[in-house]
Design a protein around this ligand. Structure first.
Ligand code: FES
Length: 173
């Protein structure tokens, strides 16, 4: 008897949910394309342009700790010594990555021997010479790479991120 009542309550809630969904769909149809485009625009992220360092501050294969787009998002800036994907500067070899593992957010450490970032949590590995591509492990996305720009005086700026930083619904909170 009690069980039947619960089934009945569940059925009513299901039907109510269906009505709400139908009403929502009808409203979306009436609203039309203009508003749909406006809602898409709201999802765009405005990244800050942050100065990270100057080219003169970097030594080959020695990562510098940085934070981008804010101090709660640790990363590294590194001059790899040979031109790579997404690399900037006169040698096309300067890149920057988030060091929060995309799997569960452990802090990655740099291995200068093979120029990878490695996770102590569950051992995912990411290639700094290939745009942060995952080469092994549990993570299901490549490492977020920071988009860099170099000014005439050698100042290096970060202007954006190409993947979602771990733990965020949006890269800029
Ligand atoms: Fe890095 Fe799991 S947290 S592999």
């Amino acid at each position: 008897m009690k069980c039947n009542r619960l089934v009945d309550v569940g059925r009513r809630q299901f039907l109510r949910g269906g009505l709400v969904a139908t009403a929502g769909a009808a409203a979306a149809t009436v609203v039309g394309t203009g508003q749909a485009q406006a809602q898409t625009a709201l999802a765009l992220v405005d990244y800050p342009a942050n100065r990270l360092a100057n080219i003169a501050d970097l030594a080959v294969n020695e990562p510098m700790d940085i934070g981008y787009p804010d101090a709660d998002s640790p990363g590294i800036l590194i001059k790899l010594g040979q031109a790579v994907e997404g690399g900037v500067g006169p040698d096309g070899d300067i890149v920057a990555y988030s060091v929060l593992c995309p799997h569960k957010g452990w802090l990655l450490s740099y291995n200068a021997g093979d120029k990878t970032l490695n996770c102590p949590g569950h051992h995912s590995r990411f290639d700094c010479e290939s745009g942060g591509q995952q080469i092994w492990g549990h993570a299901t996305q490549n490492l977020p790479q920071f988009k860099l720009r170099v000014e005439d005086n050698g100042d290096i700026y970060a202007d954006g991120v190409d993947e979602l930083i771990f733990g965020r619904l949006s890269n800029v909170l």
